[in-house]
Design a protein around this ligand. Sequence first.
Ligand code: C5P
Length: 222
Amino acid sequence: FGKPVLRGLKVVVSAGPTYEDIDPVRFIGNRSSGRMGFAVAEAAAQAGAEVTLVAGPVSLATPQGVGRRVDVRSAAQMRDAVVDATAGADIYIAAAAVGDYRPAQVADHKLKKHDGAALELSLAENPDILATLAAQTVRPFLVGFAAETHDVERYARDKLKRKGLDMIAANQVGGGLGFEAADNALTLYGPEGAIELPRASKTELAHQLVARIAERYQAVRG
Ligand code: C5P
């Protein structure tokens, strides 16, 4: 811990869920607590990076050392904030659980119940933030997360390739790990193979992850 392995580097971290509004009082969200991403932002700051944290709707205090925090709600807002923050950044770590879909229309009045009738919501696909960054000619070193309930390795390797990432941190959700849990366990995949980071607190894992990202970053961009 505490080695300035990211000194002089600009790092952007996204964290938390996104909320996609249905009407003024309802939304579609997910169970991400934001804790993994906040721990990563803190670890990156402790490693000497200049950190911007783009946070979805979470109730977490900004970690010490994080220079800038941008709070957003929806995936579209998160995309705009991340694109803005990553201009000139060296590393982007996408720990946010971005909603895949949003209601195609946001009602401006509270939707009313019609007894007995089913309600159909039409959903539109959200922008993929990582893929947006991967498509840029000048792009930061890109680290994604893959939280899966099954077939973790297959989906993680697929996302690494499909989204054009430099590294992906995969974890199994459930069994006291992952979403809403204090602990996590990660497997890192990159072009160079797999690295296991066994079960530990999110704080401990965040430090290990940051150390691995720094190593890999130095190898390809340093
Ligand atoms: O949701 P999915 O499992 O595909 O997420 C994998 C990675 O892609 C995560 O790092 C997540 O933050 C990112 N992502 C994104 N934009 C989306 C969906 C996911 O950047 N619309």
